[in-house]
Design a protein around this ligand. Structure first.
Ligand code: ADP
Length: 272
């Protein structure tokens, strides 16, 4: 009997180990599948602007009179490529813990107004209404990393515009005090395709695109939100999402900031 008991205990242990191994295997499979999907979409994303650059250069050579127009288009495709490569570099730096946050004093109002103005053009090009509301007064000068703050806001706005076929994209910005610290809050709302409930948490994981077929329609690599989330966390804040399929999505980023009353002349003041 004691032998039977110990045998049973061993069998239970083995069964448990088997369940764990199976779980690990399915997680590895999931990671492998995500990686293959990533490689496939990344190759596509790299090839599209490359084709654009070569195609436009050929056209410029072929029709020298219209060269400035074609070269302008080639430049646009080159920029698209650069953004993609920068995303990859950022992600690899974040993953190896080497991404440095570069805090300086900069003009917040100016940064957000400029980004809103550029994104409004993109929204209008898609016949979308674009609304930009300031919920509170925005301070002129704050201490944070303007490049990274801008990157997060641009990512949320460009996703909202990309995944919305008709309707409206809204940006709300405000400063709130939480735990005696000023926090900058961006809310980006859209009336787009929305995200399935089960996929909501995954959108912040790298390489995740909630749907491969939508990926083909909309383009992208599934890196933007992973980078934005990590950047928010590096800045001491966070990002969250709520969404309804077919109705739209709402992303909220909250970042602690330090308001600078009057920037000292010797301080590094940067206009982003
Ligand atoms: P990408 O846009 O390059 O695919 P992101 O990391 O920015 O990558 O977004 C990941 C996925 O989250 C997108 O592929 C899309 O499925 C989903 N998503 C992000 N923003 C939105 C949005 N505003 N509306 C609907 N789906 C979104």
């Amino acid at each position: 009997l004691p032998m039977e008991r110990s045998l049973r205990a061993n069998i239970e242990k083995l069964e448990l180990a088997l369940i764990k191994a199976k779980r690990a295997e399915s997680m590895a499979n999931y990671a492998n599948q995500a990686k293959s999907e990533f490689l496939a979409s990344m190759s596509h994303e790299l090839r599209t602007p490359m084709n654009g650059i070569f195609g436009m250069i050929e056209l410029a050579l072929d029709k020298p009179k219209r060269a400035p127009y074609f070269l302008q288009k080639a430049k646009g495709a080159g920029n698209q490529l650069l953004v993609l490569i920068n995303d990859l570099l950022d992600l690899s730096k974040i993953e190896s813990g080497k991404l440095a946050i570069d805090k300086v004093t900069f003009n917040l109002l100016q940064l957000i107004d400029d980004i809103a103005a550029v994104q409004e053009v993109h929204a209008r090009n898609k016949q979308l209404k674009f609304t930009y509301n300031r919920l509170t007064a925005l301070p002129d000068f704050i201490n944070s990393d303007p490049v990274r703050v801008g990157q997060i806001l641009n990512n949320l706005l460009s996703n909202a515009i990309k995944f919305t076929r008709h309707g409206e994209v809204t940006l709300e910005v405000g400063i709130f005090i939480k735990e005696q610290t000023h926090h900058l809050q961006f809310t980006v709302k859209d009336t787009g395709i929305g995200i399935e409930h089960t996929k909501l948490k995954k959108v912040f994981e790298r390489f995740t695109q909630s749907d491969q077929s939508s990926h083909r329609e909309f383009g992208g690599t599934g890196l933007g939100l992973a980078i934005s989330k990590q950047l928010c966390e590096l800045l001491g804040g966070d990002i969250s999402v709520s969404s309804k399929v077919g109705k739209g999505s709402e992303f909220v980023a909250v970042l602690p900031i330090e308001i600078v009353k009057t920037p000292v002349a010797s301080e590094k003041v940067k206009r982003a």
